[in-house]
Design a protein around this ligand. Structure first.
Ligand code: PMP
Length: 415
């Protein structure tokens, strides 16, 4: 009814696209997904109307926040768990062959090689700022595993609360350098190892390892990349994304550049992250954190969650040489962009999505692409509802105005 009212309303025809109910709500074909896993991926590619019109380019966004777990990490979590099962099956087959030869059985070894077994108490451990944890918690439940998530304590509470509701074990730990054994990723790894070697239980621990496990970028190479290519009609000029593990940007760019070698691939990098310098100059260096000394060097000094890092992970390295450029985005710019997207488009996004959109605007301005009709794709990673207590708390209520401007956003970057 709300949609009918909207379509029937008297919006100026040149602003609102010509939608009709039958094209929006098609119920004529049976379309049933296989559980929560079946709902992952195939997310819409939407045109961000405000930015497209302001820039005179096609600004398109992959609505990854519409995955069931609320982010592109659903693709990664599913891939890691499925690949793990495949690995296990392969090993079982090998074992069978061996058995035939030797005619002996070592049940304990077969179990260990299996690494995770559904409904056995086996646990998947991960170090994550939240999104991967949420995706793993959903998928682990659906496939009979338990999830144990280690996350830095400065991440928004919404994510850890959600993890608890999904039945995951959550450990919030003080943010620390990767060289520290108590750092969230190292802690998850050692917890997995401890469980596997605990003599009081037969349960196994499996460390998902999203930063180094190359199933991550491969999930985007196999799904996100092809979807974008198809949805764009096999033509796009630029792809812009931030990097947390680097899986998204590496996987998508690796796929797209096979068919579109002239594509401009751009990293959107929040303040405090060292990746921009790595892309532009080949060195890992961050002005702010370097100035403030080693204690801060390993952490990214930004309100933005999910992207920005001060080390090169296997997943970032997988696509690094294919990334052509990088754009720095400040917290202030990201906050204003998030506000602008609500005011203009009714899009309620999280901090990394806002960073991506600022980077698109800056890229177009820097390269003089205004009114060129270039097709640029970026990612809307998660919803603002995951960021109410931190990022959106800083922005505050939007109120009834439409007064945030792109000029104001860009000025914030020069302050
Ligand atoms: N946005 C959000 C909200 C995330 O949680 C992440 C993952 N940390 C990313 C973007 C970046 O994705 P990737 O790990 O593939 O670089």
């Amino acid at each position: 009814i709300a949609l009918q009212n909207l379509l029937g309303s008297s919006g100026p025809p040149d602003i609102f696209p010509n939608l009709s109910l039958p094209t929006v709500l098609q119920h004529d074909k049976e379309d049933i997904k296989q559980g929560i896993e079946g709902c992952i991926g195939n997310t819409p590619l939407l045109r961000i109307r405000s930015l497209s019109e302001y820039l005179g380019c096609e600004v398109l966004a992959k609505a990854e926040f519409l995955n069931p777990g609320g982010s592109p990490k659903d693709r990664v979590a599913l891939s890691i768990i499925l690949k793990q099962k495949k690995g296990k099956e392969k090993k079982k087959k090998k074992k069978k062959k061996k058995k035939k030869k030797k005619k002996t059985t070592d049940a304990r070894q077969a179990e260990e090689e299996g690494r995770i077994r559904p409904f056995s108490g086996d646990k998947v451990f991960e170090g994550t700022v939240g999104s991967t944890g949420v995706s793993l918690a959903h998928i682990c439940r659906a496939r009979g595993y338990l999830a144990h998530i280690c996350m830095p304590s400065d991440q928004s509470l919404e994510k850890s609360n959600l993890l608890l509701k999904l039945g995951a074990v959550v450990e919030r730990v003080t943010p620390a350098s990767i060289v520290d054994q108590k750092q969230f990723v190292n802690l998850a790894k050692s917890r997995a190892n401890d469980l596997t070697h605990d003599p009081t239980t037969t349960a196994h621990g499996f460390f998902a390892d999203q930063f180094e496990n190359e199933a991550n970028w491969k999930a985007h190479f196999e799904t996100t990349g092809p979807e974008i290519y198809r949805q764009c009609g096999k033509h796009l000029d630029a792809f812009v994304a931030g990097a947390g593990t680097g899986g998204t940007i590496s996987g998508v760019v690796k796929y797209l550049k096979q068919y579109l070698p002239n594509l401009t691939a751009v990293l959107a990098d929040p303040q405090g992250s060292g990746l921009l310098n790595k892309v532009k100059y080949g060195v890992m260096f961050n002005e702010v954190t370097e100035r403030e000394g080693t204690r801060r060097r390993a952490q990214v000094d930004s309100i933005v969650e999910g992207i920005g890092i001060n080390r090169v992970t296997a997943n970032f390295e997988a696509g690094r040489t294919l990334i052509d450029d990088a754009v720095r985005v400040s917290d202030e710019e990201a906050c204003l962009m998030a506000r602008y997207l609500v005011e203009q488009d009714g899009l309620f996004v999280g901090s990394s999505s806002a960073v991506n959109c600022v980077a698109v605007v800056k890229l177009v301005k820097e390269r003089g692409w205004e009114n060129s009709s270039k097709k640029i794709v970026t990612i809307l990673c998660d919803s603002g509802s995951r960021h109410l207590s931190k990022f959106w708390a800083k922005i505050g209520d939007v109120g009834g105005n439409w007064d945030t401007t792109i000029e104001e956003i860009l000025e914030a970057g020069t302050k």
